[in-house]
Write a protein that binds this ligand. Structure first.
Ligand SMILES: Nc1ncnc2c1ncn2[C@@H]1O[C@H](COP(=O)(O)OP(=O)(O)OP(=O)(O)O)[C@@H](O)[C@H]1O
Ligand SMILES: [Mg+2]
Length: 268
């Protein structure tokens, strides 16, 4: 059974948005197993903005896939808003994936045969949102993420960074309560990274979305309120922002990153 993580400061919503408990994912057969996750545990309060950092191959994408029900853990469990996600079936599972969750993938994962506009609007049309409202919301999110000019283009006609921003627009247009983002700034220059981070921060601050964002970029991580450092499929350590401003938090993140090793942060 999931532990109760209630605390007096969370009186408005005692239940954490996300609980990951002793999560394990082993790939491959007995002869040649890869231990991607080795008993990872953490909880995220409702409305928290959490960054996940760690070397390449440390299990970050596997973690997000297990939370999103794209992959199945071989041990442990994931609970989102009080529901263990592996128990979801049929309509409830489809609703969870479609309405509660926004997933920004590491590769943008757009549908090649749909235009930017159609990719972004797809979620809303599946849900039966009126065309006039869809138009307004697509325009608003496209403007915010700077992709208005590519709305009529197909993914193959967009740059990598444009595809990534269109994919982000698609993931958040439905205003999900939980946003999972796998290196959302990976293909972006520093100006567009800042736009992406501002958009996520706004989703967090104004709509109260809970965000779990994988990033190799310490600058991006410094916008979060907490950073989980993963190594070899387990939690290495974590940092909480506390009273730090972005710059002070960045300094602490860089210190832990140096300790964690793996790879050098992206040059900016
Ligand atoms: N489908 C799979 N089959 C076998 N091994 C896999 C599979 N997916 C991931 N792995 C392995 O699991 C480990 C964790 O992979 P994962 O993609 O979660 O890493 P990551 O932290 O996201 O890395 P990166 O920063 O490079 O994206 C790696 O050793 C990887 O090779
Ligand atoms: Mg990854």
């Amino acid at each position: 059974m999931p532990e109760k993580h209630s605390s007096p400061s969370q009186a408005h919503n005692a239940q954490p948005a996300l609980v990951v408990e002793r999560l394990e994912r082993v790939f491959g057969g007995k002869g040649n197993p890869t231990y991607a996750l080795r008993g990872l545990s953490f909880a995220v309060e409702d409305g928290q903005f959490v960054a996940v950092m760690g070397p390449s191959g440390s299990g970050k994408t596997t973690l997000l896939n297990c939370i999103a029900t794209i992959d199945r853990p071989t041990g442990g469990q994931v609970t989102v808003n009080g529901t263990e996600v592996s128990r979801l079936r049929g309509k409830a599972l489809a609703r969870f994936r479609r309405e509660d969750l926004g997933f920004i993938f590491q590769d943008s994962n757009l549908i090649d045969t749909l235009s930017g506009r159609e990719n972004i609007a797809l979620e809303l049309s599946i849900r039966g949102v009126k065309a006039s409202e869809t138009d307004v919301r697509v325009r608003d999110i496209a403007e915010r993420l700077g992709v208005k000019d590519v709305l009529e283009k197909f993914p193959a006609q967009m740059s990598g960074g444009q595809r990534q921003r269109v994919a982000a627009a698609r993931a958040i247009i439905g205003r999900p309560r939980l946003i999972l983002a796998d290196e959302p700034t990976g293909a972006l220059d520093s100006r567009n990274s800042a736009v992406m981070m501002e958009t996520l921060a706004t989703m967090n601050a104004q709509m109260g979305a809970t965000i779990l964002m994988v990033t190799h970029d310490p600058f991006a991580a410094s916008h979060s309120s907490r950073v989980l450092f993963v190594r070899d499929g387990a939690l290495f350590t974590e940092l909480v922002r506390g009273a730090d401003d972005d710059k002070a938090f960045l300094t602490r993140i860089l210190e832990v990153q140096a300790l964690l090793g793996g790879e050098a942060p992206h040059a900016r």
